[in-house]
Design a protein around this ligand. Structure first.
Ligand code: NAD
Ligand code: MG
Length: 394
């Protein structure tokens, strides 16, 4: 029996993970679940999966959850806060941790899982973008196993030979090609992008996801974060990572080899496939996803990404090339800007302006420790907030 902790159980990835686990009760058991706010949803998940522990964001939420679980006759141990998240990510009983908290908030518990030598199923790309080499070092020094959940990275993982040692050239890799749907605004008149609403930005043509990553997909900052994520996961330099728009989202990414071969992973766009792949790796289990019917898909289209339409993608490449804490600044500024957009405080076209401002004004340095990275994260957030407040006052 494999015991699993799910960080961010009530989110889009968390719910898909539980869906896959429910199909294999003889193989997997839930050790712990976490959620920030949605206490009633978490209580329902606890009733179904009977975890030993559950963690929420605040003492009030913990009290509410305890009451709901007591009413249901469950003895799940309830706690709250970051230390409790780190505890359920690193507990001795746990084999695998699904890291599916959104944003920088996921860094500490994801790192705790790596330091405890767990099998880390990584959905929380922001944690890796922020901490880069420090995170990879924690994985390697503690014998953790890092398995990508992001569909593109899971696809690349499946197309690379195993144990190639994070030196793609040594395995004959010429290029890693990340596919991107292009999001809801791929063909919309650029001049009208200033007027789009959060609901329009969150209406993704191919994937149903949380609101933050949906906005990131609309700006293509998501693909930018994924370029940085691919750099750290696979050891490829920025010049070897290419983004290709593919609106059907059937090819989830590709690896180009020096002999001219291109290996791709295909499937219906449903996160249960990469989740099942990572859970069972190196074996395979059923995920509930229907088999791909290519005759029905009929057409696969491709085009190059337009950096003028999607300035966030360029900003992310620039941050990766700048190195050090620059990606942490990019990520923090973007989180603040996306939240401000969702709160109707800034327009869609101001998201990239906020990020560019923070990168230009907050000096980045070496990412020498997690404390340094977190300090840069704080500075970037303060700078982004001040810039937004200044624009609103102007
Ligand atoms: P979501 O918004 O649906 O869910 C986020 C989860 O994190 C929720 O359970 C929420 O309670 C929890 N959470 C939010 N803020 C928190 C905080 N401050 N402290 C602790 N917990 C907190 O997001 P999602 O779409 O499931 O995405 C989760 C992660 O997976 C993101 O990093 C995203 O980039 C990545 N990802 C998602 C998809 C997808 O299809 N949804 C695909 C690839 C990668
Ligand atoms: Mg992705």
């Amino acid at each position: 029996m494999q015991y699993i902790t799910i960080l961010g159980a009530t989110g889009s990835i968390g719910v898909s993970t539980l869906d896959v686990l429910a199909r294999h009760p003889e193989q997997y058991s839930v050790y712990a679940l976490s959620a920030h706010g949605k206490v009633a949803e978490l209580a329902a998940q606890c009733r179904q999966f009977r975890p030993q522990r559950a963690v929420v964001g605040t003492p009030e939420a913990a009290q509410e959850l305890r009451r709901l679980l007591a009413d249901a006759g469950l003895s799940t141990e309830v706690d709250y806060g970051v230390e409790a998240l780190c505890a359920i990510a690193s507990a001795a009983e746990v084999h695998s941790v699904m890291a599916a908290i959104v944003g920088a908030a996921g860094l500490a518990p994801t790192l705790a899982a790596a330091r405890a030598g767990k099998k880390v199923l990584l959905a929380n790309k922001e944690a890796l973008v922020m901490s880069g080499q420090l995170f990879i070092d924690a994985v390697q020094e503690n014998g953790a196993v890092l398995l990508p959940i992001d569909s593109e990275h899971n696809a690349i993982f499946q197309c690379l030979p195993h144990n190639y040692g994070r030196v793609p050239q040594a395995a004959g890799v010429a290029k890693i090609v990340l596919t991107a749907s292009g999001g809801p605004f791929l063909t919309r008149d650029v001049a009208s992008l200033g007027d789009v609403t959060p609901d329009q930005a969150c209406k993704h043509p191919k994937w149903v996801m949380g609101r933050k990553i949906s906005v990131d997909s609309a700006t293509m900052m998501n693909k930018g974060l994924e370029v940085i994520e691919a750099h750290w996961l696979f050891g490829a330099p920025a010049d070897q990572i290419e983004v290709l728009i593919h609106p059907q989202s059937v090819i989830h990414s590709m690896v180009s080899y020096v002999d001219g071969s291109v290996l791709a992973q295909l499937g219906n766009p449903d996160m249960r496939t990469p989740i099942a792949n990572a859970l069972a790796w190196p074996e395979r289990i059923a995920s509930g996803v229907a088999q791909l019917d290519l005759a029905q898909v009929a057409t696969l289209q491709f085009e190059r990404a337009d950096m003028l339409r999607f300035p966030c993608l360029q900003l992310a490449y620039d941050a990766l090339r700048a190195g050090g804490t620059a990606p942490a600044l990019l990520n923090a500024a973007n989180e603040v800007a996306v939240q401000a957009f969702l709160d109707l405080r800034i327009g869609f076209r101001q998201i990239d302006k906020v990020v560019a401002h923070v990168i230009e004004t907050v000096p980045h340095g070496a990412a020498s420790s997690i404390e340094t990275v977190l300090e840069q994260d704080r500075q970037a957030r303060a700078s982004a907030q001040a810039y937004i407040a200044g624009r609103l006052a102007a």
